[in-house]
Design a protein around this ligand. Structure first.
Ligand code: FMN
Length: 441
């Protein structure tokens, strides 16, 4: 298998999501779902240790700041522990694997976030990562009536990130002396007061937590509208991407690399890591049954509602075999929850003119627009190799689907097969997340 000639990455970057994706729909009702363990740490420590034994780069926890109260009757939905607190517990039980938390820049104060992230980085000896999100919802939990526009959210994300990094840099690890004899705790010549006075934030500093000797917390980002891409290209070490097909991956990755290069960055410094939903079975039939079961709760009414929510288009009046054509699409600037997800579906309609029935089964409609493999471990290995070779991804974030059995097959069979093919390392070369992310490490 050859890898992309335009990149120094000769092996995949692999993360494991700790979100309960295998519980979706009614899958939590399976006897082996471990749904009772959702709000403790045993389950996550167990998964993180297994991911560490497989030398994965990191575990990753997406997050939401709202839960649908009616939806709780049927499934846990977005119910979850706070990801940074959860990862702090995992930090004590692991020693090498990266710990990537998700924290929104839309609703939190940057001083608190800078402090929590640097605390996680310190507690884990340099293994924290920050997935920067601007959020899709949750405004009512923060006294905000309307969700700010995407432009406003990203402008805030930029300034927020600048403040957080400024705070980290203002109290560097190297300033600590702890010189008992001389009675000097820190070299104050190296401690800087940030004195940030910007459009949205006014923060003096310094932070209460000094930086970590391993360097700054690597930055991840999610959101792929033009303004989201511009932001990722300017700061991110990795982006969590929704790329339902190979072409979407190639388009996103080449655009992000071009944007990073235009900003004077090394394009290899920005990894594109699509979510990869894995419904794995010993046989394809078994995997298909798992996939079917995980989506059985989605009747047509819910699928129509999902199309309308993502795209702003009601297709419920059309016959199942009618084609959805670009002329039916609402204007491109119609307000939507996520531009990324709307654009993915718009592009599909423009490219394929799918029938209504096809549309209702697409990952953009039934899932979160992630790449989906339904099949055997061999199928997953083949598809991963294809996307990597085509330049559609620098790696991926595994999202176990249907049952924890998918995760077992992923860790026990898919990852070792990727190692055998020379697409993934068999052991860690370093101890920090930043070291794991160095090309070739
Ligand atoms: C693949 C992907 C994953 C995301 N994960 C989260 C998340 O875990 N938490 C969150 O609050 N927002 C999440 N978001 C929302 C984004 O941070 C962003 O607010 C949204 O996509 C709007 O930005 P856009 O216009 O660039 O798409 C995610 C978006 C994408 C595309």
């Amino acid at each position: 298998m050859t890898t992309t000639s335009d990149s120094r990455h000769d092996r995949l970057t692999i993360g494991l999501s700790l979100a309960g994706t295998w519980l979706k729909g009614h899958s939590w009702r399976r006897p082996d779902s471990r749904v009772e363990d959702l709000y403790g740490t045993d389950l996550y420590v167990d998964l993180a240790r297994r991911a560490e034994a497989a030398a994965l780069d990191f575990v990753f926890k997406p997050d939401s700041l709202f839960v649908d109260p009616d939806g709780l009757a049927e499934s846990p939905g977005f119910s979850s522990l706070d990801p940074t607190v959860m990862l702090a517990a995992i930090a004590r039980e692991t020693s090498r694997i990266g710990l990537v938390t998700t924290v929104s820049t839309t609703f939190n104060p940057p001083y608190v976030v800078a402090r929590q992230l640097m605390s996680l980085h310190r507690i884990s000896n340099g293994r924290a990562g920050w997935n920067i999100v601007t959020s899709l919802d949750g405004q009512h939990n923060f006294g905000v009536g309307e969700m700010p526009t995407a432009e406003e959210r990203y402008a805030r994300a930029r300034e927020f990130t600048e403040v957080v990094r400024g705070l980290w840099r203002g109290y560097p690890a190297g300033s600590l002396l702890a010189d008992r004899e001389a009675g000097r705790y820190a070299d104050t010549g190296r401690v800087e007061v940030l004195d940030h006075d910007g459009e949205r934030f006014s923060v003096r500093g310094p932070l209460t937590v000094p930086g970590d000797p391993s360097g700054e917390v690597p930055l991840f980002q999610a959101g792929a509208s033009p303004v989201g891409r511009a932001f990722a290209a300017s700061v991110a070490d990795a982006t969590f991407a929704a790329t339902p097909d190979l072409d979407a991956g190639v388009e996103l990755r080449s655009d992000l690399r071009r944007r990073a290069a235009e900003l004077g960055r090394d394009p290899d410094a920005l990894r594109v890591l699509p979510g990869l939903s894995l419904f794995l079975g010993r046989t394809r039939e078994e995997a298909l049954a798992l996939h079917r079961e995980a989506h059985a709760h989605l009747d047509d009414a819910r699928r129509y509602a999902a199309v309308e929510a993502v795209l702003g288009l009601d297709v419920s009046g059309l016959a199942p075999d009618a084609r959805v054509t670009p002329e039916l699409l609402p204007p491109a600037d119609t307000p939507v929850r996520s531009r990324t997800h709307a654009d993915l579906l718009r592009r599909l309609v423009e490219r394929e003119r799918p029938t209504v029935a096809d549309l209702l089964h697409r990952p953009e409609v039934v899932g979160s627009a992630h790449w989906v493999v339904v099949g055997t471990p061999d199928d997953a290995v083949r598809e991963i190799g294809e996307r990597f070779a085509a330049g559609a991804a620098d790696g991926f974030i595994a999202l176990p689907g249907g049952s924890l059995g998918s995760l077992d097959l992923f860790l026990d069979e898919v990852v070792p097969a990727l190692v055998d093919k020379g697409l993934f390392r068999d052991s860690y070369r370093g101890t920090t997340l930043r070291e794991h992310l160095i090309p070739g490490a």
